[in-house]
Design a protein around this ligand. Structure first.
Ligand code: FE2
Length: 137
């Protein structure tokens, strides 16, 4: 999978969410870049990257969900369900012993990249005008 390059089309108009999305993109790119070999050192790097990334996804989802809930965003439940489904899928990948297989790692990175870009462009973009009207920048 090609690296993801941030583009203004990804902007949801809320600075902190854009910043968080940029960090997630950077993390996914790092995972794409990490070695596919099975050397102990590389395995640890991949495991470490995935742990940090899943922690950051949780942090980001919480911040979006808190903000949607505070402003009574009408698409809240639907949006949260999409986040939960994603988390389940990532847990499945983690259960597949990522450190042992470069294939699973690259499949996971591809899934993360596709999911994030699609989620930002479609689902997150739905809250863009709502938050703009609420005065969030
Ligand atoms: Fe989201």
């Amino acid at each position: 999978m090609e690296k993801i390059i941030w583009d203004d089309k990804f902007s949801v108009g809320v600075q902190r969410f854009d910043d968080e999305h940029k960090i997630l993109i950077e993390m996914i790119n790092k995972l794409l870049d990490s070695g596919d070999g099975d050397a102990q050192e590389e395995s640890e790097t991949v495991t470490d990257l995935i742990t940090k990334m899943t922690d950051y996804f949780h942090h980001h989802f919480r911040s979006e969900e808190r903000c949607m809930s505070e402003h009574d965003y009408p698409g809240y439940s639907e949006h949260c369900a999409e986040h939960s489904k994603f988390v389940e899928r990532v847990l499945d990948f983690c259960g597949d012993n990522l450190t042992q297989s470069g294939k699973i790692k690259s499949d996971m990175a591809a899934y993360l990249g596709d999911w994030l870009t699609n989620h930002v462009l479609v689902t997150d973009m739905k809250y863009a005008s709502f938050f703009r009207e609420k005065g969030l920048v």
